[in-house]
Every structure is written in C-alpha cells, then in structure tokens.
Design a binder for this molecule. Structure first.
Ligand code: NAD
Ligand code: MG
Length: 386
C-alpha cells in the first residue's frame, strides 16, 4: 500500500481548492490527508472545511477575517495561523509532503516559493507564479529536488502524453483552448461586453479571474509561458489550437509524426488527482467519457486578431526576463478594473501592451526586481486611461 500523503492546500476555498477537497473526500484517507488549508478572507467556508476534513492547521492571510474566527475551532486539533507568514510556516512543516498551489494570481508566488525551497512536491494550479518567475522557480525546484507537478488541465495532459517518449523525441506540444465565450465574435462585437457576459464560460466553471482570462484568451497566453517552463521547451515548440468541446486537453507531437492526446470530460478533479497520486493512477470521482453516444470533436486555428492577448503570451515567452511579471501584473490589475466596471473588455490587452512597452526591462531579474516590476505595472494600470 502507498504511504499516506499529507497535503497542504493553499487557496482551499476557491474553485481548485474545493475540487481538491472533493478528491481527498473520495480517497477516504487511503492515500491522501488534508494536513493544512489556507485562504485569504473566506473564513466561514474555511471553518466548514476544517470541521469536515480536520486538518492540523488552517491559515487566513487577511487578519480582519482571521479576527472573526471565534471559538469555532475549540475542542478540535486544528490551529489557526494568520497572515502570509502563516502560509509560509505551514508549507515548511516537516510532516507535509505535497503542497497544492491554488491561490489566484502573483499572490501565490511567495508560498509556492517557500514550498519548493523546503523541498516539498508542489501540485501547481497557480500558473501566474511561473509566468512571473518561471526561470527562478524552475531553477529552485531543480536545486531542491522538489517535484513540480502540473494541475492545469492542458499541462496535466501534456505531462501524461510525454510518458510516450523521451524529451529528445518531442517535436512540439499543442495546447487546446475552448475559445471561451466569445469564440467567432468580431472585435466590434466585443466592444460593449459586460462582466456578466464574460463570466459565462461555455465549458468550465472556475474562479472569476481565470474566467475573464479565458474570455480574452489571456489564459492561453499564460499557459503557453507555463508550458515553456514546466517542460523546458523552446518557444517554437509550443502551439495553440481551438477545440470548443474541451475534451482533448492537449497533445504532444513526437519526431516520427505521432500525436498523442489526452481526453476526458472537462473536470479539474482528474488533473488534480493525477498530480496528487503521481506516478500512480487510481480510481477517482471524475466523470467518464460516455462513448455510447455520438459525439464530435472540432479543431480550428485561434483568431489572433480578435484576441490579441494570445500574441502577447508568445512575445513574452520569447523575451523572458521581467516581461512575464509586467504582463501578469498588468493583466491582474486590468481584469479587476474590468470586473468593477472601470475598464472596457478590449482595454485589457491594451493596458497589458502599454505596461509591456513601458516597463524597465531586465533580462536576468532577481526576485526583488520581479516584485518591483509587478508593483509598478499594477500602479500604472490602476491609473491608466484608455
Ligand atoms: P478562485 O478565485 O476560485 O480561488 C482563489 C483562492 O485563492 C481562494 O481560496 C482565495 O481565498 C485564495 N486567495 C486569493 N487571494 C489570496 C491572497 N492574496 N493570499 C492568499 N490566498 C488568496 O480561483 P481558482 O479558479 O480556484 O484559481 C486558482 C488558481 O488556479 C489560479 O492561478 C488559476 O489560474 C488556476 N487554475 C484554475 C482552474 C479552475 O478550473 N478554476 C484551472 C486551471 C488553473
Ligand atoms: Mg488550463
């Protein structure tokens, strides 16, 4: 029997965090146990999760939310830790085996870094961490011998397909994209798009930030950069194809022309479970493909003119250095302005373009330089007027 793994879930109250807890619930403590759960401010949901999963620790980064927790953990063995340092301390605990990095945005970098530095296996959903600091993060993982396991469905698919050959036998990887809610729309159609329309994704139910990223195709841009770092690929080894059904999660083409694909219904529990049990496969809670019914799979090239964010991803991947930090921070700031109604949908790529063009580029940045560029880009976009 496999050893029991102690899991910390950073961002346990979010979409990926809750799917991770579904995987743990289905496992019934055979292989996986929740050792620690962390969130920003949603303390009520965190307490409910703690009551059900009985972790050793919970943490809230928002001190005001933590102050509202009052007695609910009394009589349990769960300790409450507060602030960003609570997360760092949690991932460093000696009994922790695997950290699920599922905080949204660059806010996930610090605790992901701490987990890798402590030599823990990291199941990575937080793609922004690799977009901002892919070079330093992958170097750290190598140095500490810490496995970096993809959770993003496309990257999990590629990771699974790569088992069909050696790295030298790979010609290219092909990331699939659903095309988002605005596939086949024109730029003019997109001018007056509201947050409600953009939040209505056709195939995936996810947190608000990544749902907007899927509508602009920035999500695919971030994933291109994520793939470059996770699999040590060159920029011309990565391609994107639109596949509206979200059944083929990605593909790998080998030098002999063989293309291996991974298929499953769109559900994050499968890639999460694969990362947590890797290299084993186990029975789990994800739905299975129904092959008794007629079905079709479609593929088409992405519309790069209507969705300029995609090109920004390829450009940033080629530039490296601080470009990823500038793009990611500008996008985070622009998405939150779009959601609060102070920027138009088409201003998201414009704001990102402006931040990329005007930032102080450094080809070999330190972590401190990346933080500085991140803060600068957020400030710029906060006062940016189209
Ligand atoms: P979400 O908004 O549903 O959840 C975010 C979680 O992060 C919450 O638990 C929240 O409390 C926590 N959080 C937010 N800000 C924080 C901060 N400053 N400090 C500490 N914790 C903070 O987001 P999600 O959809 O679950 O996405 C999480 C990550 O996973 C993102 O990087 C996203 O790109 C990636 N991802 C998500 C999906 C999906 O299906 N949802 C798929 C692939 C990748
Ligand atoms: Mg994805």
């Amino acid at each position: 029997m496999a050893d029991l793994k102690n899991i910390v879930i950073l961002g346990s109250t979010g979409s990926i965090g809750r799917s991770t807890l579904d995987v743990l619930e289905h496992d019934e403590g055979r292989r996986l146990r929740a050792a620690g759960l962390a969130a920003h401010s949603s303390w009520q949901r965190l307490i409910e999760q703690a009551q059900q999963h009985r972790p050793r620790w919970v943490a809230l980064t928002d001190p005001e939310a933590a102050a509202r927790v009052d007695g609910q953990l009394q009589g349990t063995n769960t300790e409450l830790w507060i602030g960003r340092e609570g997360l760092v301390r949690m991932v460093q605990q000696p009994e922790v085996d695997t950290v699920v990095s599922a905080i949204v945005g660059a806010a996930g970098l610090e605790s992901t870094w701490a987990a890798l530095e402590a030599g823990k296996a990291v199941a990575l959903a937080n793609k922004e961490t690799l977009v901002v600091g892919g070079s330093l993060i992958t170097e750290l993982a190598r140095e500490r011998n810490a496995p970096l396991l993809p959770v993003d469905s496309e990257h999990s698919a590629i990771f699974q397909c790569l088992r069909s050959g050696t790295p030298r036998e790979v010609r290219r990887v092909i990331l699939t994209s659903s095309g988002g809610p605005f596939r086949r729309k024109t730029r003019r159609d997109l001018e007056g798009v509201t947050p409600e329309q953009a939040l209505n994704h056709p195939t995936w139910k996810m947190g608000p930030k990544i749902t907007i990223d899927s509508a602009t195709l920035m999500n695919k841009a971030l994933e291109v950069i994520e793939a470059r770092w996770l699999f040590d690929l060159t920029p011309d080894q990565i391609e994107v194809v639109v596949h509206p059904e979200s059944i083929v999660h990605s593909m790998v083409e080998f030098v002999d022309g063989s293309v291996i694909a991974q298929l499953s219904p769109p559900d994050m529990k499968l890639p999460i479970q694969y990362a947590l049990n890797y290299p084993d496969r186990v029975e789990g809670p994800s739905p299975r493909l129904d092959l008794t019914r007629a079905w079709n799979l479609h593929f088409e090239p992405p519309d790069r003119e209507t969705f300029p964010c995609l090109e920004l991803g390829f450009e940033v991947m080629r530039r490296g250095g601080t470009a990823g930090a500038a793009l990611n921070a500008a996008n985070e700031a622009a998405v939150s302005r779009f959601l609060e109604g102070s920027l138009a949908f088409l201003d998201i790529p414009r704001a990102c373009r402006a931040a990329l063009d005007h930032h102080d580029f450094d080809p070999r940045p330190s972590l401190q330089t990346l933080e500085r560029v991140d803060a600068w880009a957020r400030q710029e976009v906060a006062r940016w007027v189209p």
